[in-house]
Design a protein around this ligand. Structure first.
Ligand SMILES: N[C@@H](CCC(=O)N[C@@H](CS)C(=O)NCC(=O)O)C(=O)O
Length: 225
């Protein structure tokens, strides 16, 4: 695992503390897609970068599919193996629409103005967003093709925005309108459940997998319920 320091990619693993314990830092980019914000809800304007090997990407992909947003929000998958360069997008995944998707709001082959199809390491996108960025380079990422910048790299915010700001662009608007995944009356319960799962399970798996030595690994594994 590497990270960026002042826009330069370092391949040394800097994810663990001095005792080898994995330390998760908060996501750095927390833009929200909503009416009246710099990131207006729109179809075809945003692009999603994920990895099939990433649990945080899964919740975004599941929400996107449940709400019928495949055409509105194209996705590119990084290679499932994270090597020296971190997440890398293979050359075959450069088109902004998925070939298997039914034709929808974004016609196949449509390239929005300013969109540079991405292949190569994900860290290049981070540097394009901020030339002197220091920090982790993670998926999922929501990219704004209009402004050529990262909107967010925090899946918790992204799933909420898919539900509140993107659902209007669903390929099945009637079904999407009936499927409120974050209903007002349930939000407290949902947040409590997210919090209860986050430490021991969601992040617990990472504490085990990214531990810097055997004892930190064993400590983390035992803490997973
Ligand atoms: N808070 C972020 C966490 C995302 C995250 O940790 N992604 C992992 C993959 S599952 C990643 O890309 N890690 C690379 C790194 O931290 O260097 C979210 O939920 O979106």
């Amino acid at each position: 695992m590497g990270r960026l320091v002042d826009g330069k990619w370092l391949t040394t693993d800097l994810g663990a503390d001095e005792r080898g314990r994995f330390v998760r830092r908060a996501a750095k980019f927390r833009g929200r897609v909503s009416s009246g914000s710099p990131f207006e809800p729109a179809t075809g304007r945003y692009h999603l970068y994920v990895s099939a090997a990433c649990g945080w990407s899964h919740r975004v992909l599941m929400t996107r599919q449940l709400l019928g947003l495949e055409s509105c929000l194209p996705v590119t998958f990084a290679d499932a193996f994270m090597g020296e360069q971190g997440w890398v997008f293979p050359a075959s995944e450069t088109t902004p629409t998925e070939p298997h998707e039914p034709s929808g709001l974004v016609p196949p082959g449509f390239v929005p103005p300013g969109f540079v199809p991405h292949q190569g390491p994900l860290f290049e996108l981070y540097v394009r967003h901020q030339a002197d960025y220091t920090g982790r380079v993670s998926v999922p990422v929501l990219w704004d093709k209009q402004r050529s910048c990262i909107v967010t790299n925090e899946s918790a915010d992204l799933v909420q925005d898919l539900n509140s700001a993107f659902a209007q662009f669903s390929s099945d608007p009637v079904a999407a309108s009936k499927l409120d995944l974050y209903p007002t009356g349930e939000q407290q319960r949902i947040e409590a459940m997210i919090l209860a799962n986050y430490g021991p399970i969601n992040n617990g798996v990472y504490r085990a997998g990214f531990a810097g030595n055997q004892s930190a690994h064993e400590e983390a594994v035992r803490a997973v319920p």
